[in-house]
Design a protein around this ligand. Sequence first.
Ligand SMILES: Nc1ncnc2c1ncn2[C@@H]1O[C@H](COP(=O)(O)OP(=O)(O)OP(=O)(O)O)[C@@H](O)[C@H]1O
Length: 410
Amino acid sequence: MKIYLVGGAVRDALLGLPIKDRDHLVVGASITQMQQQGFRQVGKSFPVFLHPDSGEEYALARTERKTGYGYGGFDFDAAPTVTLEQDLIRRDLTINAMARDSEGQLHDPHGGMADLNARILRHVSPAFVEDPLRVLRVARFAARFHHLGFTVAAQTLRLMQQLSDSGELAHLSAERVWQETERALAEPNPEIYFELLHQCGALAVLFPELAALQGVAQPEAYHGGLDALAHTLLALQLAATEQAPPSVRFAVLLHDLGKALTPKSEWPRHIGHESAGLKPVKALCERLRVPNEWRDLALQVCAQHLNVHRALTLKPSTLLKLFDRCDVWRKPERFSHTLDASRLDAIGRPDQQQAAYPAQAYLQGALAAANRVCVKAIVADGFKGPAIREELSQRRLLALAQFKARESNS
Ligand SMILES: Nc1ncnc2c1ncn2[C@@H]1O[C@H](COP(=O)(O)OP(=O)(O)OP(=O)(O)O)[C@@H](O)[C@H]1O
């Protein structure tokens, strides 16, 4: 039996990047032999094992035969006769299809090193089209390595287009699509993931609500000629630049979905797009089984971003309504994320990246003022049951009025 280091660990070491997972490939061993050596099999049908001491992954070299649509429709052959080359040829990208043996020798039958030096993401073989998930994987690696100068090879992009046109993407499970998307959102350039998906036609299949933003005009004075999709992706790029949490990036991505529903006769204005956007945000989150907390933040940002923008002009009673609707008393962190996403929306416009956004500090100040109202004092004053809530509201309203007066005088 021979053991190789493969995939991301080999690639990242060559790029001088920190190594996250060390995946190993075992050639010339059977499942029984692995078990006899103390390795523990992960799952029944998958020839992957965990090392008894390090817990690192060891996969048997395997070939695959496609038996159905999308991810999961494969038969594995992990017999001891499967060679290193046979295993590497079924991998997605040449830079992911290199192996290093225990003597330190690099095995690179598909020109991964040359592509790595030329900063090219290239498919390994025409078998690329057998797994539609690879469209998303390539886009994700492009989002990760864009800042290092990587681009997708023209031929690989054509295969991605072919896969998008074939209808196979629709057979990918929601879990797989979300897993890649969630990881892409955490990359340094998540906007590249969505741009590439758009370029190859996959966005219209997997994220039709987003694709519909393309060509949707916005007021020239605010958006300097950017359509709603370009504005969204610029705001997403800024979110990643300032290392906003992935859930905030996701909310930024979905904040303007309602603009695709404005009748064309009303363009470039989009009155009511905040409430119109709730339906497509819900539909997308439901379809991809997005975690509840991410969905709720996206819904809040969609519904409230305009109210946040105009915070300084809001009456105390409207401010209180905004706080109540955002459930700030129980979910302060979500509200703070809503403020960040709203600011990213505001600066996600040409020449606005450095613009000040006073609404954020203003709302934080207003919230702090409202929070100083003490429930204990209300109880001590003899209020009980629903009366406490009513009195709390009144006192918060007063605190907000005092805050607003102070701010206007300063
Ligand atoms: N759907 C797929 N099609 C082809 N090859 C794949 C696929 N999924 C994974 N691989 C191969 O398995 C390796 C490990 O996959 P994994 O998803 O862990 O990515 P990685 O390259 O280790 O990057 P990272 O874990 O840092 O995102 C890849 O480098 C690639 O060679």
